[in-house]
Design a protein around this ligand. Structure first.
Ligand code: SF4
Length: 505
């Protein structure tokens, strides 16, 4: 029997299609990559992701660090990823030489957000590297973490890693690797002491307070991804940064203007000059790409070359006729933007500039230019939200759906550190589920509603507000099966870090 009624015990891969081995999967992916840098160097480290290849290779940040290491004299790195589900029992190996992570002197790992901490635990466990940093011996690699998570709350990482690079890491990571290379003959403790002297590096064994975030020189912008592959969400897309940071001040966002000096622009000519001639798809990346003053000209120029363009962020108040026309010419069929709060009142609470009139205009422009649908992201459970706000969202999304098909992508609100809403409680799993249910019922048959889990959002909130104790709890939870119940038990079993508010889910 095939199809949806097939018995659940049916093997995922029928006997005539055996699951490829990890080595075969790696070989195939390498064969399909374009732009990989090859180099042998006296000091080679592992660059790892706590997510599988498909997600990790869509990360411009990871690819930026890869390029920074490979372009540094005497240094090289080999990539490793959390193995796909089919290979979770295998020892993770680097793609370039199939070496296990434990055989490298250093494993540098990029962590994007709170729920990736579980992937880091799994990756280290599967690699037979002690997950608790204080259990590592002289023969174990030094684990260095960085990545987007460090912009909000790096503290839970302190349970697992030996050093953390805070903020923009492309130059600091080279300082870290050179320091470790020059101290290979010393004991681990001496190496960590040396790392502890580097600005923007937090060494949990030595420090108690986090240093400030690193900010790179603007001359190093933009980040761009050397490797293109068909095996990611953005298949074969060339990823390049159009700007870094944001000049706005949304109250919930870690990328608001107070983080890393506001918005830093990449000039149109510089950006266009870096796009390879054979790139047929280009992803323009940044916290607020549509705020770039030359964005319409950039998208138009790429459309003229016959390139499809994707933007990582589109603000509805920036939508104009020429902009949407350029996006349509550049292959955009679905206009994706953010509604943020469920009502005008909630958007004001979040200090958004977006108003209903901007969203209506965006929908009208998308329709006029023949787009298939409008996709809107919205948060539920923002402090102060009531049923009236949810009902306003239902009425407004219904109104928009009369202009063109609408899809709502809903995420429960999680307060983050380094934002004005830090410390705000989670609305509660029951409350969030009740509001999601109200939205689904109110929009049934009119708007496609997709929501992320209220339960996992609570786990994310605990980790966003927590510290080392919560990081220890992730280790316990993963080892207890990684279910929601396991996380709940693990958090309950440890006294919360001092500034995490205590709430029940
Ligand atoms: S949500 Fe977007 S517009 Fe608002 S501060 Fe963050 S990056 Fe800027």
């Amino acid at each position: 029997m095939t199809g949806p009624l097939a018995p659940r015990t049916m093997p995922l891969h029928p006997p005539q299609c055996p699951v490829p081995t990890l080595r075969d999967t790696i070989r195939q992916r390498l064969a399909d990559e374009t732009g990989r840098l090859t180099k042998e160097a006296p000091y080679t480290v592992a660059l790892a992701s706590p997510s599988p290849y498909r997600t990790a290779m869509s990360s411009l940040g990871l690819q930026r660090i890869y390029r920074a290491i490979m372009e540094s004299h005497g240094l090289a790195c080999e990539r490793a990823f959390l193995p796909d589900q089919d290979h979770r029992d295998d020892i993770p190996r680097t793609y370039e030489s199939l070496r296990p992570l434990a055989s490298f002197p250093v494993v540098a790992v990029s962590v994007a957000y709170e729920l990736e901490l579980a992937g880091l635990v799994s990756l280290l466990d599967a690699s037979r590297i002690p997950v608790h940093r204080d259990k590592r011996s002289e023969t174990d690699p030094i684990i260095v973490a960085g990545g987007p998570l460090t912009f909000s709350n790096a503290e839970p990482l302190a349970a697992m890693v030996d050093a953390i690079v805070l903020g923009e890491a492309e130059t600091v990571v080279i300082d870290v690797l050179r320091t470790l290379e020059s101290t290979t003959d010393r004991h681990r403790t001496a190496q960590l002491e040396a790392l502890g002297k580097i600005p923007h590096v937090f060494v949990p064994a030595l420090h108690t307070t986090l240093p400030p975030l690193a900010v790179v020189d603007n001359a190093l912008l933009p980040a761009w991804a050397p490797i293109r592959t068909p095996h990611t969400e953005f298949a074969n897309m060339f990823l390049i940064e159009a700007e870094r940071g944001c000049s706005r001040g949304c109250a919930y966002c870690v990328m608001r203007r107070s983080t890393n000096g506001g918005m830093r622009l990449v000039a149109k000519e510089k950006l266009l000059g870096l796009v390879p001639d054979d790139a047929r798809k280009v992803g323009l990346v940044g916290a607020a790409v549509s705020d770039h003053p030359e964005i319409v000209a950039i998208v138009s120029a790429l459309a003229d070359r016959g390139v499809d363009v994707g933007l990582s962020s589109l603000r509805p108040d920036r939508m104009t006729d020429p902009f949407v026309e350029a996006l349509r010419r550049a292959g955009t069929r679905s206009l994706t933007t953010a509604m943020d709060g469920t009502s005008e009142r909630m958007r004001q609470r979040l200090e958004r500039r977006t108003q209903a009139k901007h969203l209506i205009k965006a929908a009208e422009l998308a329709r006029q230019h023949g787009m298939d649908r409008l996709k809107l992201y919205v948060m539920v459970g923002v402090p102060g939200e009531t049923h009236e706000d949810i009902d306003e969202c239902i009425a407004f999304a219904s109104e928009l759906s009369r202009l063109l098909p609408v899809a709502l992508g809903i995420a429960p609100f999680c307060a983050k550190r380094n934002t004005p809403l830090h410390g705000e409680p989670y609305a509660g799993i029951d409350v969030v589920e009740d509001r999601l249910d109200r939205l689904r019922r109110g929009l049934r048959g009119r708007v496609d509603v997709r929501a992320t889990s209220a339960r996992w959002a609570w786990v994310e909130w605990v980790l966003a507000q927590g510290g080392t104790a919560e990081g220890q709890a992730v280790i316990d939870a993963v080892r207890a099966g990684g279910t929601f119940a396991a996380y709940k038990r693990a958090f309950a079993a440890r006294p919360p870090s001092s500034d995490r508010p205590v709430t029940t889910p």
